[in-house]
Design a protein around this ligand. Structure first.
Ligand SMILES: C[S@@+](CC[C@H](N)C(=O)[O-])C[C@H]1O[C@@H](n2cnc3c(N)ncnc32)[C@H](O)[C@@H]1O
Length: 377
């Protein structure tokens, strides 16, 4: 290990500032997990074009300094690994080494410590898996990765640095029953609902900690305690943390957008409120199958499953005009939920909680018996 890397690791551990994970941050060489190439955004204006930047093309100190910056480094876009791409790639990141301080925030939020058995969903580069191996031991760590090429890359990196957790290739939404029960389950990819399989694999008193990211783009950070009777419940956390979406919880492709269809009326809320993260989360609770599309100065919601749509535009005379079409009156539902949230003082997602039972998942405001919205089945 180079002296430069050792120093940079120490600096990173100081930056992240976690007593419990300090030794792991100082021990695990992030450069092995980031690999020999990453993707950087090629064009600030167009966020979906990426070019590969290679270790071989950079001064080694500059490369290491970049690797140890407390930032996310994208290692795969739309299924193409950075090391395999000659030129620019267009699309969304599909794997990355997440910002170390966020990884540690997740591990701390989950309350992982010595003696715990952990199931991680989304091995990615394997960096977070290695941090856990360092602290709680190889035998306590199981990690599932969806993408075989990403999983193989992580497997090589993890064994190169001398750890031996249980690594599984597959859809983490099924968990990994072979090594259950777990004390802690963490999602390092974001889910839309809590996968039922997870519930049966965490022991009573154990926890499920995962970012949630719905189809409208609303996010919240769930920390649930598994109770008896196969239920789990907990308030969302204050930390604004999310990881990329779980591959099997992605929204369906959207058809071309048509607007101005269906009856029109005045909107009861300013659609710009959806630029507020908590408001967007609330709107999504009310219309969980809807996706939000951009259309100039218009706010557009579209539920691909039922074909329902709503578009809201500003109107000099009345404020905002909404057109709605289809069996689900998307904007009616969004307005009701946003007005209720505003009446409660427009709180952050952490004022809400989630309860999961065998036949229902519902988000509540305030207390479990407060106003509630069902998550999609
Ligand atoms: C943000 S990365 C993980 C970060 C990683 N733990 C780290 O230390 O940097 C998210 C990973 O989740 C994986 N993933 C997405 N959906 C998944 C699923 N359904 N099951 C398992 N892994 C999944 C992606 O392929 C990607 O590698």
């Amino acid at each position: 290990m180079s002296e430069t890397a050792t120093m940079l690791r120490r600096t990173l551990a100081n930056t992240v500032g976690s007593a419990g994970w300090r030794a792991a941050l100082e021990a695990v060489p992030r450069e092995v997990f980031v690999g020999d190439a990453i993707f950087l955004r090629a064009d600030a204006a167009r966020g979906d074009v990426w070019t590969a930047v290679r270790r071989a093309g950079m001064d080694e100190r500059d490369w290491l300094a970049m690797v140890y910056t407390d930032e996310t480094w994208v290692t795969q876009v739309e299924g193409t690994l950075a090391g395999e791409s000659a030129d620019a790639v267009t699309g969304s990141p599909s794997s990355s080494s997440t910002t170390p301080s966020l990884v540690v925030m997740m591990l701390e939020a989950a309350g992982i410590s010595e003696g715990d058995r952990v199931l991680e969903i989304g091995t990615g580069t394997g960096y977070s898996t290695a941090l856990m191996c360092h602290r709680i031991g190889d035998d306590a760590v199981t990690s599932v990765e969806y993408d075989p090429a990403v999983a193989e890359r992580a497997r090589r990196a993890i064994s190169e640095v001398g750890y031996a957790p249980t690594l599984v290739v597959g859809d983490g939404l099924h968990g990994w029953p072979e090594r259950a029960p777990y004390d802690r389950l963490i999602g390092t990819c974001s889910v839309r609902t809590i996968p039922p399989a997870w519930m049966g694999q965490v022991r009573a008193g154990g926890s499920i900690t995962t970012p949630m990211w719905g189809w409208m783009g609303g996010v919240a950070f769930a920390h649930l305690t598994r109770e008896g009777e196969g239920t789990a419940s907990g308030r969302f956390l204050k930390e604004d943390l999310y990881f990329m979406r779980a591959r099997s919880h992605m929204p369906p492709p959207r058809p071309p957008i048509a607007t101005g269809i269906g009856p029109a009326r005045e909107s009861r809320i300013d659609p710009a409120i959806l630029d507020d993260e908590a408001a967007l989360f609330v709107a999504q609770l009310a219309a969980p199958a809807a996706q939000r599309a951009s259309g100039g100065d218009m706010t557009i919601l579209l539920d691909v499953g039922t074909g329902s749509r709503a578009d809201v535009r500003s109107d000099p005379a009345s404020g905002w005009i909404v057109h709605q079409h289809g069996p689900a009156r998307l904007w009616d539902a969004v307005e009701d939920a946003v007005l209720l949230w505003q009446g409660a003082g427009s709180p952050h997602q952490s004022a809400f909680g989630l309860t999961v039972t065998a036949d229902r998942q519902y988000v509540w405001l305030g207390e479990p018996d407060g106003p509630a919205w069902d998550l999609p089945a």
